[in-house]
Write a protein that binds this ligand. Structure first.
Ligand code: CA
Length: 234
């Protein structure tokens, strides 16, 4: 599918899969080309409430952006909506979700994220992680006491330090503005992808895929072949 904004033509593809070991898919995807808005959310919470949290976050994000809100304002509203849902339904209390969202304006993108769902910029030759995980292991890497390779294997690698719906204080999303060059790919994904594939593997698939539709299929398939221990979305 394509859509035009200024002189840029945006192609996109999206796929979400439960993976090999989870009964439910708690990830949610948002593709809203009419708003030039795309997002991935990775929900958590008992009794399938992770699915509720990630879907609610993306619904509120979309509504807010439709009304002209910036991504960080929209994310704050999504956070409040998840907390409010928990206040009215005890089974939903404590549910939360990560989120990574991208809004395009011509070749310019604005990213916002919370948690360990990620954004990458990928060209034919290189892959660059644009977001920085709100996770315990990323904190250790930033402090210089752990390498990225150690972080990938660490037993606490799934511990996130910020998400929507669970913080006592308002979350502080990471925000980044940048520009895509022609042919570059902006990849948004949940940790079910990056937990199973290295950045180099993602780059290899991206460099050789014939179309974006085939790329998302190949990425999900490869994550499942490497274990598929979590829901996979990209
Ligand atoms: Ca996940």
């Amino acid at each position: 599918m394509t859509s035009s904004h200024a002189t840029a033509v945006v192609h996109f593809a999206a796929l979400s899969d439960p993976g090999k070991s989870r009964a439910h898919n708690e990830d949610s995807l948002l593709c809203a080309p009419q708003l030039a808005l795309w997002a991935v959310a990775d929900g958590m919470g008992g009794h399938q409430r992770g699915e509720v949290a990630s879907a609610l976050a993306l619904q509120v994000l979309r509504e807010q952006v439709e009304q002209g809100a910036s991504l960080d304002v929209a994310i704050a509203a999504a956070h409040d909506a998840i907390i409010a849902a928990g206040d009215t339904d005890s089974a939903s209390r404590g549910m939360g979700t990560t989120l990574v969202a991208a809004q395009l304006k011509g070749c310019q993108f604005t990213l916002a994220w919370l948690g360990d769902s990620r954004a990458y910029r990928i060209s034919a030759e290189q892959i660059e992680q644009l977001s920085s995980d709100h996770s315990w292991v990323q904190g250790q890497v930033d402090a210089g006491v752990m390498s990225s390779a150690e972080a990938r294997q660490h037993p606490r690698r799934n511990v996130i330090t910020q998400c929507l719906g669970q913080a006592q204080d308002a979350p502080e999303p990471g925000v980044l503005v940048g520009e895509l060059l022609p042919g570059e790919i902006l990849l948004l994904c949940s940790d079910g992808l990056t937990g199973e594939l290295t950045d180099e593997q993602i780059l290899q698939y991206s460099a050789t895929a014939e179309t974006l539709d085939k790329l998302v299929l190949q990425l999900v398939k490869a994550a499942n072949q490497n274990g598929g221990r979590d829901n996979v979305s990209c």
